[in-house]
Write a protein that binds this ligand. Structure first.
Ligand SMILES: *Cc1c(COP(=O)(O)O)cnc(C)c1O
Length: 365
């Protein structure tokens, strides 16, 4: 008996290149797209180590937990790092980026997270991109949590390194990921003596041995199952239409936000302004006296399939995450989440109105 996961024909260079081309179409990019054989942290780290060095002055925007990690990698590469941290309940503005350039004209690298699944905010990349382009810095973007949930347009926005993963709004596998690379970014890597080579982290290996060779021979055996899953998930998005998939996420976010406000019990959207709230996931602040992780545990005990989680680390006390992405970007998942949160809050003696929450979710735009 053949096994569906085990007895597979080898995944050849042609198929691999075709999957890269489909991912490039998803990003509307003419840049090179490299599919890296690991979770998105691989290209996120590889792109920084390839382009940053002792001569780099990096503006590192921190709007959630990943920004901290990028700053650590940049410092580890010897870069001078200027951290621009904004509270997790808001988004960074293009004006703040402009002010940072004015204060530090030597900035030649900008790292930014587009949407933050962990904190529920999203940043105005199109506007920021204009400012970064005018200044001439290399622009690095983590779009793992935005791809599939909202537009991600590296060419239109002047993004030099745009990293995506399929495990959030694309509803795909976590084990492979992709990065689009501009000509400028390749040139920066080629000029960087410390850029990883002959390394799993190396983007230059893929450039020199895969792309420049006409994509005829792979560097090593690909993660076959993950590549097939990525292909299937892109196929599914193409069939539904990317616009439709993004609209499902936007609707789920709007419904969750409106529903939580109408639910009462002291629950509030964590991100203050709706325009700063990410379509990929909605974060909520629990009322004083309630511990978010305990509330989520109670809701999940009733239904473990709900897309609910408490915030990570120190946020576990105060933040609930409604991860309405991928297969959970549906009105049903939102209704079930709101209902379960209502039941859990009322079990703690708080007064909630589930009916009105569901009505508000239904009529939200
Ligand atoms: C999810 C996510 C990643 C990938 O990290 P995992 O936690 O391993 O899935 C990277 N960046 C952002 C902004 C993310 O939301």
């Amino acid at each position: 008996m053949t096994h569906p996961f085990l007895d597979l024909a080898p995944l050849g260079a042609d198929r691999f290149a075709a999957i890269e081309d489909r991912v490039a179409r998803l990003l509307s990019t003419g840049q090179d797209v490299v599919i890296m054989q690991g979770e998105a942290l691989l290209p996120l780290e590889g792109a920084i180590r390839a382009t940053a060095g002792p001569g780099t002055t990096a503006l590192n925007v921190i709007t959630g937990p990943y920004g901290q990690t990028f700053g650590d990698w940049l410092r580890d590469c010897g870069a001078t790092v200027i951290d621009l941290a904004v509270p997790f309940h808001t988004a960074v503005t293009a004006e703040q980026i402009r002010e940072a350039f004015a204060a530090h004209p030597e900035i030649d690298f900008v790292s930014l997270v587009h949407a933050e699944a962990a904190t529920g905010n999203t940043n105005p990349v199109a506007e920021i991109g204009e400012v970064v382009r005018a200044h001439g810095a290399l622009f690095y973007l983590d779009a793992v949590a935005s791809i599939g949930a909202e537009p991600v347009l590296p060419d239109a926005w002047g993004v030099d390194l745009c990293v995506i993963g399929a495990q959030k709004a694309m509803g795909g596998p976590a084990g492979v990921s992709a990065v689009s690379v501009s000509e400028r970014a390749w040139a920066r890597m080629a000029a960087n003596p410390r850029a990883p080579r002959r390394s799993y982290l190396s983007l230059l290996d893929w450039k020199e041995r895969w792309i420049d060779g006409g994509r005829k021979a792979l560097l090593h055996a690909p993660a076959q199952l993950e590549m097939l899953a990525l292909e299937a998930c892109v196929e599914r998005i193409e069939a539904a239409g990317l616009e439709t998939v993004m609209a499902r996420h936007a609707s789920a976010a709007a419904a969750t936000r409106a529903g939580a406000l109408a639910l009462g019990g002291g629950l509030e959207p964590y991100v203050h302004e709706a325009r700063d709230a990410a379509p990929v996931a909605t974060t909520l602040r629990v009322p004083a006296g309630v511990v978010a992780s305990e509330l989520v545990a109670r809701a999940l005990a009733a239904d473990p399939a709900l897309p609910l989680a408490a915030g990570g680390g120190a946020l576990a006390k105060e933040m609930i995450r409604v991860n309405h992405y991928g297969a959970d970007a549906t009105p049903g998942a939102v209704r079930a989440s709101l209902t379960a949160l209502g039941v859990a809050l009322s079990a703690q003696g708080l007064s909630v109105d589930v009916e009105s929450a569901l009505r508000a979710a239904e009529s939200a735009k």
